[in-house]
Write a protein that binds this ligand. Structure first.
Ligand SMILES: [Zn+2]
Length: 194
């Protein structure tokens, strides 16, 4: 493992026990950052979820690489040298950054619970901008950024009414300040936005 992700880093390192089962990759393969919201109330709950085993064969689960708490604390849970499971069909060339944010918690798929109105704290967004710029220095092919909601546009039956459909993924959601990210980082949208 390359030590530069682990020692003297601008983030705290708290690797997931199940990271060792994730596939390796070369850093040159990484070209996109995918932004997520945890849709959970705090970092501890996110950790609990990320430690669960969802793929018994490889003994791995679902998680991002980096997590940013509401106060701007940044933690690395999976190093970029591993392919984390954070977005359907786009894991190989991407890094997942998860922002602690309640999203639709705890009724994610309920048809009457699809309003996403909680803002992201300024400290959290500033930490995100800083992290993106740090990663851009370290990863030569990193050029793009996308929201999870753009890469997974699946609709599923609502949990309270199977006749209604809701979005499986909505993160980082309508309160995410995309313009602030574009203005303060060199990354461009993976998918053109209007
Ligand atoms: Zn997500």
């Amino acid at each position: 493992m390359d030590d530069s992700w682990l020692t003297d880093t601008p983030w705290q390192v708290r690797l997931l026990p199940n990271m060792v089962g994730l596939e390796s990759r070369s850093l040159g393969e990484i070209n996109t950052i995918v932004i997520h919201a945890t849709e959970l109330p705090n970092l501890a709950k996110a950790r609990q979820f990320a430690e669960e085993i969802h793929y018994p064969g490889s003994q791995t689960g679902n998680s991002g690489h980096f997590y940013i708490d509401l106060d701007g604390t940044v933690e690395c849970w999976v190093t970029p040298e591993r392919v984390a499971h954070h977005v359907k069909g786009y894991n190989r060339p991407s890094i997942g950054i998860e922002l602690v944010h309640p999203g639709r918690y705890p009724n994610w798929l309920s048809s009457d619970h699809q309003n996403w109105d909680t803002p992201y704290p300024e400290a959290q967004i500033e930490a995100l901008i800083d992290l993106i710029n740090q990663l851009h220095v370290r990863l030569p092919q990193l050029h793009h950024i996308a929201g999870h909601e753009e890469l997974d546009q699946t609709w599923v039956a609502a949990s309270d009414d199977p006749d209604k459909k809701v979005r499986r993924k909505l993160d980082p959601g309508p309160t995410f300040p995309w313009d602030q990210i574009y203005t303060n980082t060199p990354l461009t949208p993976l998918i053109a936005r209007d």
